[in-house]
Design a protein around this ligand. Sequence first.
Ligand code: NPQ
Ligand code: MG
Length: 369
Amino acid sequence: MRIENIELRRVSLPLVRPFRTSFGTITERQISLVHVSTAGAEGWAECAAEVRPLYSSEFIDGSDLVIRDHLIPRLQALGDALTAERVGGALAAVKGHQMSKAVLEAAILDAQLRESGQSFGGYLGAVHDRVPAGVSVGIMDSIEELLTNVEEYLAQGYLRIKLKIEPGWDLAPVRAVRERFGPELLLQVDANTAYTLADARHLARLDPFDLLLIEQPLGERDLLGHAALARLISTPVCLDESIESAQDAAAAISLGACSIINVKPSRVGGYLEARRIHDVAAAHGVPVWCGGMLETGIGRAANVALAGLPNFVLPGDTSASDRYYAQDLTAPFVLENGHLRVPTGPGTGVAVLPDVLAEVTRSRQDIRF
Ligand code: NPQ
Ligand code: MG
């Protein structure tokens, strides 16, 4: 495949409402988009890195820099041998920077699949034409406000609720949601590393609420802590931030640090590594689900395709566009009986809306090949 140009484009999109997690609140999403042009096609992808390095060590300005000065030169060195499948190997010598690597691989894969007329879902091995949608609900100022929000999401059709938790906002919101919406509600929580193993007895008090899982309660490097916690609580432990590769997934599973994995292609370096995690987990009988990073329609389309693979057995954070954005960069993803349809067109199967793109663009730079 012959790349002619890679454009890095910074866009800024307001969120429909502030989103608060244990690591901070955001009201607007700044995103680096990567646009790959080849002789016959183009590809789009979005980088998950945020303004501040709070979810992980990556952040948007650092990501742009590593993409431009350290990653793209390694792709240029491949010349015409460049394919999406060779991106991972070409970038492997650069330590870390999974999100920056992921966005390049995804944009190149999009262009490659558009050239060959194949969809992301078809390429990755999706076996479903639609996937169940869950929603991630931020930390709120009051229980009352939380219940109003959850009620709204359930009315829209979401099939699973994930509550963001932190010390001081855990037992009470979980109890209130469970009591209000009943035992049938699929309910889980995400701590984004906000606890330590010393909180094990406190977290065990979540046991009676029959949660699907608790996501990343402890620090991202603390696999042994998660393994110990898993033996002290009955809620299944799911890892997010801890898993940056299929190797991490294999280690976490073998140590007993998790019994479920949140797969985010951006966090693990791309869709190909995400699929390897899916495969490793499946081989161990460990279910996975597709996480989210407040993606626009560009990343959402590819995530929904990935979520169509057979071992994605739990509803993901693959929400409709209007969960986050009043105006998406693509035609909006909408809930149909609580599901999102897996796109079938070439590549991600979605088109970026030029007028919207122009309106939200803050800056751009071209890297000629
Ligand atoms: C998670 N996502 O599962 C993440 C956390 C998260 C949907 O809960 C900007 C960029 C804001 C990335 C907020 C969901 C973010 C972000 C939350 C990721 O842990
Ligand atoms: Mg998470």
